[in-house]
Design a binder for this molecule. Structure first.
Ligand code: MG
Length: 157
């Protein structure tokens, strides 16, 4: 079996107004990421981890923020696009582990919905962890939101 590991990281600045979507789930309606797409940092990190595992470059190459097709696009489209290619190459995801760093809002109540949203698409165990940045840097001041993701994928060749 051909096992491959991938890591992804993303960060977006936050602004007042709009909605905040994380791992496909709306978690706030008074702040939003500054982004070309919906700015879902959890999915962006996950997509970058999948692309990393497959040695397929990065999310910026696949879904450039200069492309009007992705203006305000739900990030799940990026995930579905990459998963489709991965399946076509006869790979599947073994598991995914995601860490979201945000001062606010509290993410614990949303964790089951986030896990379900992602595991329904990846068809594997998904873990979502959430923490603050302990008041450090822009994330800690509530000016930005960040996420890390690690995935393991496996293929036949
Ligand atoms: Mg991003």
């Amino acid at each position: 079996m051909n096992y491959r590991i991938g890591h992804g990281y993303d960060i977006h600045r936050l602004q007042i107004g709009g909605k905040l979507i994380l791992a496909g789930v709306q978690v706030a309606d008074s702040i939003s990421p500054v982004a070309h797409s919906d700015g879902d940092v959890a999915i962006h990190a996950l997509v970058d981890a999948l692309l990393g595992a497959m040695a397929w470059g990065d999310i910026g190459q696949w879904f450039p923020n200069s492309d009007p097709r992705w203006k305000d696009a739900p990030s799940v489209l990026f995930l579905e696009n990459v998963l489709e290619k991965l399946t076509a190459e006869e790979f599947h995801v073994c598991n995914a582990d995601i860490t979201i760093l945000a001062e606010r809002p509290k993410l614990l109540p949303h964790r089951p919905a986030m896990v379900k949203f992602l595991s329904d698409r990846l068809h594997c165990p998904v873990n979502v962890k959430a923490g603050t940045n302990e008041g450090c840097d822009a994330v800690g001041r509530g000016e930005a939101i960040a996420a890390h993701a690690v995935v393991l994928v496996v293929g036949k060749s």
